[in-house]
Each structure stands twice: as structure tokens, then as C-alpha cells.
Unconditional design. Structure first.
Length: 197
């Protein structure tokens, strides 16, 4: 197993942390763990209900000096007053600005059931218990146009290589009851080159 990513999952205050770590196949770490300086990639949990672990907030400037590729996953937004986009703005104020490569789409009952990829504008629908990929319609594309343009501008200098270099931070929605976001987080984890341990 010499080609495993030396990844660390930064746990915050969410009760779902172990479930997240298991789903993504990442070990658990604390931001004050000295082994983080050798991490290839980390995932930070941001809860729309409870926020971000205070240890992460307190140590963020020092941690970011290491330029370790970082993904923020946003949880607990489906039933609360704060939606995914609002929580990304909050994360941007608490830590630093994040990019949203996906936006959440809701069913008629208001439940989040799909994501739209802002780069290719394909929709991944999780409402049927498994992911199905479908083309977006004109109204979807109009709805996300400003977000798509913002993402395109941010990626114009170097694409997602800027994430691999630790310069850009994607924020991904995650909902366990329908697996929304798991494949999307793994897409970014897979961008990080593997190395021997």
C-alpha cells in the first residue's frame, strides 16, 4: 500500500465526523497534530448548525502557511436557516474565501436532492438513492450563471492545479441520507498525486 495518500481529516465539532471519515476513507486528525505538516490534503468540516471547530479557527493562519491542499465540506444545511451558499459565504468570512464548484438543487418539497457542476453544467441527481447524471436545462443554467462566471474567473489563471498547490479551497456540500457530495469530494481528493509512504 505504498501509493496511499497521506491524508488527514480535520475533525471539528460535528457528530457526523466519524461517518464522514468512513465515507471518504480518511483518517482522523486534529489541527494541532504535528503530523499535519506532512499531509497531502485535508478536509475541513463546516456545519451550518454548529459552525467550524474553534481549534481550526484559532490555528487557521498558521496552518494555511503550509499551503496544504484543503477541501471544505459543508454539512447540516438541508434543514436549517442557513443554506449551502450562505454557509460558503460564512466560511469565507471565518477562514478565507472558498470556491463552489457545485451548487445544490432542491426538489419541489425543498429538500436538496442534486448538485449542478458549474464547469460542465451537468446535474447529478441523488433523489433516487443512486447518482444519475443528467444535462441541465436552460433555467438551471440561467440560475447558476453568476456562480459559473465567478468560478471561471477564479480558475482562469491555473485551473484546479491551484487547489493542488494549496492556493484555492473548494467547498462541497455533503448530505449522508442521499450520499450527495461524497463523489464530488472524492473527485477533489483524487486530484492530489499519490506518493509512497
Amino acid at each position: 500500500m505504498s501509493n496511499l495518500i497521506n491524508a488527514r481529516f480535520i475533525l471539528g465539532i460535528s457528530p457526523e465526523n466519524q461517518q464522514i471519515a468512513t465515507a471518504l476513507g480518511l483518517p482522523v486528525a486534529d489541527i494541532q497534530d504535528p503530523t499535519l505538516i506532512t499531509a497531502d490534503v485535508v478536509v475541513v468540516v463546516a456545519s451550518a448548525k454548529t459552525g467550524i471547530d474553534s481549534k481550526i479557527l484559532n490555528n487557521w493562519p498558521t496552518f494555511r502557511e503550509l499551503y496544504i491542499p484543503t477541501i471544505v465540506i459543508v454539512i447540516d444545511f438541508e434543514d436549517g436557516d442557513v443554506d449551502f451558499e450562505d454557509m460558503c459565504a460564512i466560511v469565507g468570512r471565518m477562514l478565507e474565501p472558498v470556491l463552489t464548484p457545485y451548487l445544490v438543487l432542491h426538489a419541489d418539497d425543498g429538500q436538496p436532492t442534486a448538485v449542478i457542476n458549474l464547469e460542465d453544467q451537468m446535474i447529478t441527481d441523488y433523489s433516487a438513492g443512486k447518482a444519475s447524471h443528467i444535462p441541465s436545462e436552460k433555467e438551471h443554467r440561467e440560475l447558476v450563471l453568476d456562480f459559473k462566471e465567478e468560478l471561471s474567473a477564479a480558475l482562469s489563471e491555473g485551473g484546479w492545479d491551484q487547489f493542488v498547490q494549496g492556493l484555492l479551497i473548494p467547498a462541497i456540500p455533503l448530505i449522508f441520507k442521499n450520499n450527495l457530495g461524497i463523489a464530488e469530494v472524492k473527485r477533489f481528493l483524487n486530484m492530489i498525486p499519490t506518493r509512497g509512504q
